[in-house]
Design a protein around this ligand. Structure first.
Ligand code: WTA
Length: 681
């Protein structure tokens, strides 16, 4: 197959628009894609109506698309899909499969693979999952939780985390999952932003063979005055009902603190409820969840997703991009604390009646064969992970892969960062034995689901390219300086023209910031914050963030958040954080730190500062380089010139650009002389 020539105007030439009354089960040819893509752009109402028909509605929407992207209009940015539709997400993920075919009650919904491979793994069927979700929903109701209430979920990657999400969706409560690696301070910030009244957690989790405290972090968070809205904490027990716990786990449980009247064991509460719980009938535009993500400035943004559009979008993207066949076993290694866990561990797969693996552990424990062993153990057909994981595993001897079988694999996928062609080829040739297509999916917390992605076997792949836009997605690149749209082929800032059902509707409680961040930079467009090159054949190559957000090991982290953590240390006067290219983690974190007068530089202090950042934000955030800099390059008005700092650490010191506006240009020479990164040139 030769590379298809796309896209923009050329796609409409010689394309027969899809004229059937429903969507196909699979996209098998490039012509099929083109005809459906053209329909999705020219008649989004018809396309997305057919997509919505893949779900069961209490009331099928009569209005499909009603959106405005231009903040300059009287209406302003306003996004509504399926607005008079009535639906329940949990019903669509569980009940309806069983109602259609009672045998599905015995089909496995979730496979739990624990961190420690010798611990018991378990399978849970659609029937069992539904029963557990109903019961847990009743526990939430018993504690006064109702439609529209915010529920913070701070859990390890276990089945109970999925149950918590689905139980919220069942009763119309809005979940806000906070990744278990975040510190008590970060959890508190997220609880208070959404005024949550209840927290669901676990006594501890297990990762990399270690016991990780969770409940005690919640205890600390709830001591903070901004969290006094929380009245209830429901605590699951990791290893509930099992004997012979590891010593550190026993110790954790023994030392657990308990606030009577506030804290409740989930297993005890579950004893007190039955399994009758009708799903709440939700309007399509009722909120489903909030998920916090880092911004380039200020506090984290509470990305708000709603019900009908989100589910329609994750349902369709999962089906087409993984070309999912009934009965296949699917695994996504993401944690449910991130959007990938929401859309492609829980909602997308379950809405498609798939069998999905919930993996508690990490790729390198007990050794670097872990993923490949899991693939063999559960006979996984579709495997989806992050480039960081691939690069870190690729650094070891291939025999860790080749000693495993992996014949069950049919398709591989990646998400989270650009994948370099070398890692792509290794994944394809060594992991997939050259048999499996790779879907490199570009998307964001804000987009809800895949945006630019291959559809397997419908067109040719190129190592390192996310290829073409999904249905309904029109990409446009802009010149960063002139702010003008660019003709392809070219490279610029990536925007999306017009709305798609899966996109975030707002930032929780802050629609103005939503508009400022995503809609003001290029009026009439959604601004992604990423750079992208679009080649002549229409293929998209994401080049990485263009703002002050770092993407490290697939996690987003705002430089402003790290700076504000650093200045909390008594020794620090000022800090400026920038990223530099890292061959494994995508980016490394470089912190320029100006100490207060009379404070001495030392390695000890470096360690303390690293610890401060981890304590304030979370253990998954780790500065790589702390560079003590008595002075930072500043404009005459006192603004730090980050552009120059980025060039120094890249290092690209021969292209510093204009430094004439600096207050004291010699500062730059001094930083270049002392930076560990410039020694590389
Ligand atoms: C980056 C994760 C290149 C990108 C789903 C984006 C990618 C950010 C890819 C969103 C990809 C994600 N190729 N870069 N396939 N996928 N990114 O919100 O910079 O955690 O803006 O969502 O990850 O990260 P987030």
């Amino acid at each position: 197959m030769s590379s298809p020539t796309l896209i923009d105007n050329s796609i409409t030439n010689n394309t027969i628009i899809w004229d059937k009354s429903s969507l196909p089960d699979k996209i098998q040819t490039f012509d099929e894609y083109k005809s459906l893509y053209t329909l999705s752009i020219e008649d989004p109402n018809r396309f997305w109506k057919m997509a919505a028909e893949r779900l069961n509605w209490y009331h099928f929407p009569t209005k499909i698309k009603n959106t405005e992207f231009d903040y300059r209009t009287e209406r302003g940015v306003d996004i509504k899909w399926f607005e008079d539709g009535i639906i329940n997400v949990c019903y669509n993920c569980l009940d309806r499969h069983i109602e259609k075919d009672p045998n599905i009650a015995n089909q496995i919904a979730l496979i739990f693979e624990p961190d420690i491979p010798t611990d018991t793994h378990h399978h849970i069927t659609y029937g069992e999952l539904l029963c557990k979700v109903k019961k847990f929903a009743n526990v939430l109701k018993k504690h006064g939780i109702k439609k529209g209430d915010r529920v913070t979920i701070y859990m390890p990657m276990v089945i109970e985390a999925c149950i918590a999400l689905l139980a919220c969706a069942r009763i119309g409560a809005i979940h806000s999952v906070v990744f278990g690696g975040f510190s008590s301070h970060s959890v508190a910030e997220r609880i208070s932003d959404c005024n949550g009244t209840i927290v669901i957690t676990s006594d501890f989790g297990v990762r990399g063979g270690k016991c990780i405290p969770l409940k005690s972090k919640i205890d600390q968070a709830l001591l903070m005055p901004e969290c006094n809205t929380v009245k209830t904490v429901i605590v699951f027990q990791r290893y509930y009902g099992m004997e012979n716990l590891k010593d550190d786990c026993v110790e954790r449980r023994k030392t657990l603190e308990w606030v009577n009247g506030r804290d409740f064991w989930a297993h005890e509460e579950l004893e007190t409820v039955n399994d009758i719980c009708e799903p709440e009938q939700m309007n399509a535009e009722d909120p489903l969840f909030i998920l916090y993500t880092s911004g380039s400035t200020g506090k984290p943004k509470g990305i708000l997703h709603t019900t009908g559009g989100y589910l329609t979008y994750v349902n369709l993207t999962f089906k087409y991009v993984f070309a999912y066949n009934p009965g296949e076993i699917y695994m996504c290694s993401a944690d449910v604390g991130w959007i990938t866990g929401h859309s492609y561990v829980v909602y997308g797969p379950l809405a498609n009646q798939a069998t999905t693996v919930v993996f508690e552990g990490i790729p390198t424990y007990p050794d670097v064969s872990r993923f490949w062993n899991i693939i063999d153990k559960h006979q996984i057909n579709i495997f989806y992970t992050a480039p960081t994981a691939i690069r870190s595993l690729m650094a070891h001897n291939d025999s860790y892969v080749t000693k495993t079988n992996r014949q069950s694999l049919r398709l591989l996928g990646t998400v989270g960062e650009p994948i370099n062609p070398e890692a792509w080829r290794w994944y394809c040739n060594v992991v997939g034995n050259g048999r499996c297509p790779i879907v490199d999916t570009w998307w964001q917390t804000e987009t809800g689901g895949f945006m630019i992605t291959p559809i397997p076997n419908a067109w040719e792949l190129e190592a390192g390219s996310a290829t073409l836009p999904f249905f309904g997605i029109q990409t446009q690149i802009f010149d960063e300086k002139t702010r003008k749209p660019l003709e392809i082929p070219d490279r610029g800032e990536l925007c999306i023209r017009d709305s798609w059902p899966g996109q975030a509707r707002s930032l929780y409680g802050n629609h103005k910031r939503f508009i400022d961040v995503y809609f003001k930079p290029y009026p009439g467009y959604y601004f992604s914050g990423d750079g992208c090159e679009i080649k002549k054949n229409g293929y998209h190559w994401i080049t990485g963030r263009v703002d002050d957000v770092l993407v490290i090991s697939g996690h987003n982290i705002g430089t402003a958040e790290v700076e504000s953590a650093l200045v909390q240390h008594v020794a620090v006067a000022e800090a400026a954080v920038v990223g530099y290219p890292d061959p494994i983690k995508n980016q490394g974190m470089y912190c320029f730190v100006t100490l207060k007068d009379n404070v001495l530089e030392s390695d000890e202090l470096r360690k303390e500062l690293i610890k401060t950042v981890r304590d304030v934000i979370g253990a998954h955030v780790h500065p790589d380089i702390i560079h003590f800099a008595p002075n930072l390059p500043k404009t005459r008005s006192g603004k730090i010139m980050r552009r120059i700092l980025r060039k120094i650490v890249e290092p690209d010191i021969h292209n510093l650009g204009d430094t004439s506006t600096l207050n004291d240009p010699t500062v730059v020479d001094e930083l270049i002389r002392t930076s560990p990164r410039t020694k590389l040139t």
